[in-house]
Design a protein around this ligand. Structure first.
Ligand SMILES: *Cc1c(COP(=O)(O)O)cnc(C)c1O
Length: 235
């Protein structure tokens, strides 16, 4: 993708988010645009940063760490790890990221809490919930959610921010909204259960379903192809 195409696509993505927020009677700063830069070269991230983008999401650790090294001078960048995380890879996330969206096991949480360097702010985490009831998808069941939330809230080097979901793809807007509504409801339940916790984040909505997610209360939308174009899947 050329720099000019990226500039257009990023402007379009911002417009889409603004329009969706306005249509849902929400204020323009009610949701943050997370640019999902997996498989994209460091130069694309640098260009998006130059255009004002600050939050970037990565799925593959080795690829992300290499790009972070290349982009070390971008001091205000906020790195989100959004892919599945194996327990033997937690140290890299603890040491190099600001956010983790895909936490779904206490063992992983304990390791991250122990490995987060003392000089860094607590790692912001979202618990990933399986809202589509598909056995193959990762994420916690709604029934498992309160116990993991309680455990994470007691960990000093993690800061529980909210919930994340990747619903099964659907094209019909009504069908798209149902799992997002379930995630919002789950967050509301957690807030009632843990009123001291500041649970302010619903990480939901991608290029194909941003509008449905914003209608149902998304505060962090994760856009990849809508910003950077189609991914080269051979990479
Ligand atoms: C790749 C990815 C995205 C972005 O998907 P697009 O459809 O390209 O917008 C968002 N969230 C997660 C967890 C992803 O892995």
């Amino acid at each position: 993708m050329t720099d000019l195409a990226l500039c257009d696509a990023l402007a379009n993505a911002r417009h889409r988010l603004e329009a969706a927020l306005a249509a849902a009677d929400r204020t323009p700063d009610d949701a943050t645009l997370l640019a999902v830069s997996k498989t994209q070269p460091a130069a694309m991230i640098r260009e998006a940063y130059r255009l004002g983008q600050r939050d970037f999401g990565e799925n593959y650790l080795q690829e992300a760490l290499a790009k972070q090294t290349e982009l070390a001078e971008l001091s205000a960048i906020v790195w989100h790890f959004i892919g599945p995380l194996q327990s033997n890879k937690t140290r890299d996330v603890a040491e190099h990221f600001d956010w983790l969206h895909s936490l779904d096991r206490e063992k992983v949480a304990r390791r991250l809490d122990a490995q987060r360097p003392a000089g860094m702010a607590p790692l912001n985490v979202c618990l990933q919930v399986n809202v589509s009831d598909e056995a193959s998808k990762s994420g916690l069941s709604l029934a498992e959610l309160p116990a993991l939330a309680e455990a994470v809230l007691a960990m000093p080097h993690l800061r529980l921010r909210g919930l994340m979901a990747i619903p099964a793809p659907a094209t019909d807007p009504v069908a798209q909204r149902a799992p997002f509504a379930r995630l919002h409801e789950a967050l509301t339940d957690l807030r009632e259960r843990f009123p001291e916790a500041r649970l302010d984040t619903l990480s939901m909505g991608m290029s194909g379903d941003l509008e449905a997610a914003v209608t149902e209360g998304a505060t962090l939308v994760r856009l990849g192809t809508a910003i950077f174009g189609a991914r080269d899947t051979s990479a």
